[in-house]
Write a protein that binds this ligand. Structure first.
Ligand SMILES: [Fe+2]
Ligand SMILES: [Fe+2]
Length: 268
């Protein structure tokens, strides 16, 4: 069995502190094979720096996915080329620096394919996410070229996420929605064995507007959005993946901050 924890969008310093503190503890306590993190909001709410990315790897994160904020920190356009564990949406225009999928290996030798893709409803106009992911999964079949796979579907519309999850059912181990920063309560295993949650939520301060200081959007907007500074809730999804590459158990994780706590009972 492969144990995987996928952690939702880390927002600003508050989110980073929670992540750096929790990942080593959770890795050891739950004997995790893989920890994947969405880092698109880690640097002041906008994008990711190389120093922050390396901090994440240093505490035991295996790979970092991105989204619409992928290149808000311009340095990411350069350092993504030398960081094979940093993954931006696969359906960005041809010629975009970096990669949309990567294969990472656990200490025990298990191979996990990580794909990041963006939806198109209420989002930027990008290439077809369904076709792009089909290509990536087809190039690295479950049970042959990899032992497990996770698709981070970064999108606004729950309808698009559900449609995509059914499209990928049986072909990926896990489809996890990101971007709204609001955890949904619909985690489940689909008919074909793919684990799914519409949105995993963020790792940030929930006394905020999706992780950003709540006063600013309520006044005359200045455009100077800053991350909220209160204690973060780490939001994640925990799954156990069988030898067939399909999800056997799935549970939400919420640790710290304002949201009511949740932990998987199957690893107790
Ligand atoms: Fe985000
Ligand atoms: Fe986003």
């Amino acid at each position: 069995m492969i144990r995987l924890l996928f952690i939702g969008d880390v927002v600003g310093r508050s989110g980073r502190v929670a992540l750096l503190e929790q990942v080593p503890t959770l890795r050891a306590r739950w004997r995790l094979d893989f920890v994947i993190v969405n880092g698109e909001n880690a640097a002041g709410g906008f994008g990711l720096t190389e120093a922050i990315f390396e901090d994440f790897l240093s505490v035991g994160v295996d790979a970092v996915t991105l989204g619409n904020h992928a290149f808000d920190q311009r340095e990411a356009l350069v350092f993504i080329e030398r960081q094979p564990r940093l993954i931006r949406p696969v359906n960005f225009p041809a010629g975009t620096p970096g990669r949309g999928a990567a294969l990472v290996e656990s200490k025990s030798g298990a191979r996990l394919l990580v794909v990041n893709v963006m939806g198109r409803i209420f989002m930027d106009a990008l290439d077809d996410p369904f076709a792009a992911v089909k290509r990536e999964l087809g190039a690295c079949p479950l049970g042959e070229a990899c032992d497990a796979s996770v698709v981070d579907f970064h999108a606004e519309a729950s309808s698009e996420k559900w449609a995509f999850a059914h499209f990928a059912d049986g072909k990926a181990s896990l489809v996890v929605g990101t971007h709204t920063h609001v955890p949904s309560a619909d985690h489940r295993i689909l008919a074909g064995g793919t684990g799914f949650i519409t949105d995993v939520g963020m790792t940030g301060d929930y006394d905020s507007v999706i992780g950003m200081e709540k006063d600013e959007p309520l006044r005359i907007p200045s455009g100077r959005f800053e991350p909220a500074q209160g204690p973060a809730t780490l939001c994640a999804i925990a799954v156990e993946i069988g030898p067939d590459g399909l999800t056997k158990t799935i549970a939400p994780v919420r640790i710290g901050g304002l949201l009511k706590g949740a932990e998987p009972d199957f690893w107790a």
